[in-house]
Ligand binder design. Structure first.
Ligand code: FES
Length: 161
């Protein structure tokens, strides 16, 4: 059976990291190594990038949770939504939106406050007041940022600064 062609997810210029417009593309992975539903971390210098094969196509974003920087590449990908290995945060790789705020609560991208919460079946977690609680309350979960992606032959290429 013929393999479906691999395509980049639609670009979102307003969510590109600074310095990526006009940056050179670099090969990072063979498309044959990344079946739909798979994720990989690639490291370019000091930059860890998550390459994910979603139903919308190939996405490249920072391999850092937009909450507290955990590697999303070791989370779980279901459709477009990746579940962070820490704090139960869930993020839509196809839109950049937060699907589920982390258990620690915090601020959404527009500054809306979300309280702490406990997963179903677990005892409510007490969040003693103090600097750590304040830091959690003030931690803002930004929208994901996307590196431009192109496919050249079997090669996935991304533009990084
Ligand atoms: S680091 Fe990902 S949800 Fe907290």
């Amino acid at each position: 059976m013929a393999r479906m062609p691999v395509t980049p997810a639609p670009s979102r210029p307003h969510l590109q990291p600074i310095g990526t417009t006009g940056a050179p593309f670099r090969p990072v992975l063979d498309a044959s190594e990344l079946p739909e539903g798979a994720m990989r971390r690639v490291t370019l210098g000091e930059l860890d990038v998550l390459i994910a094969h979603t139903p919308a196509g190939i996405v490249a974003t920072d391999d850092r949770c937009p909450h507290m920087s955990a590697p999303l590449s070791i989370g779980e990908l279901e459709g477009c939504v990746v579940a962070c290995p820490l704090h139960e945060g869930r993020f839509d790789l196809c839109t950049g939106d937060t699907v589920q705020m982390p258990t620690t609560g915090g601020l959404g991208p527009d500054g809306t406050y979300f309280p702490t919460w406990s997963p179903a079946g677990k005892d409510p977690k007490v969040d003693p007041p103090g600097k750590k609680a304040e830091a959690r309350r003030l931690t803002q979960v930004q929208r994901l940022r996307y590196y431009p992606v192109r496919i050249s032959g079997d090669s996935i290429e991304i533009a990084v600064p």
